[in-house]
Design a protein around this ligand. Structure first.
Ligand code: ADP
Length: 160
């Protein structure tokens, strides 16, 4: 059984993330998407429960994908869910340096390897931060995020 763990903040989950999950789900028997309890970025827009629900709605219909919370080290969760590989998306060279460092650290800590999925150029400029910013000022992000995320962002409204 080949099981991959895809960790991230997913605040919110967008089409770049979805593409990584879709591609990983074809490469592995199972994919576990893990939403970080405490993203480093202060004050997430969506709570952990909301982020997990939005990921679940987005991956609905993908039989071999599940969603969990990440409250520990990624490598500890990987061991817990018996994942053989950590999956991360790569947008541009700018992602590479930090991702390589994390991959090497995780391998040192646990022996678990990281597989990088290069994003398609269609989504390579997407980040959760940018989506939050555009949506906060009423920009239309409907082509960049799953339907449920678009609805949730609209409900969240503009900052006062
Ligand atoms: P961000 O807040 O930067 O969008 P996350 O912490 O939620 O990102 O990222 C989780 C994973 O998703 C990381 O491996 C990140 O490189 C990847 N990722 C983020 N945006 C994209 C994208 N547009 N295409 C592919 N992978 C992405």
């Amino acid at each position: 059984m080949r099981r991959a763990l895809f960790p991230g903040s997913f605040d919110p989950f967008h089409n770049g993330h979805l593409e990584v999950v879709e591609r990983a789900s074809k490469l592995f028997d199972e994919v576990v998407v893990a939403a970080m309890r405490n993203p480093q970025k202060a004050g997430p827009l969506f709570s952990l429960e909301e982020r997990m629900d939005l990921v679940r709605l987005a991956v609905d219909g993908m039989q071999n994908v599940s969603v969990v919370a990440l409250a520990s080290l990624v490598v500890d969760l990987a061991r817990e869910v018996e994942a053989n590989v950590i999956v991360r998306g790569l947008r541009a060279v700018s992602d590479f340096e930090i991702e390589l460092q994390m991959a090497q650290m995780n391998r040192e800590l646990s022996g678990i390897d990281t597989l990088f999925v290069p994003t398609s150029s269609e989504y390579s400029y997407l980040s959760s931060k940018l989506i939050r910013e555009v949506a906060a000022y009423g920009g239309n992000v409907s082509s960049l995020v799953p339907k449920a995320v678009d609805v949730a962002l609209r409900e969240r409204g503009r900052p006062s």
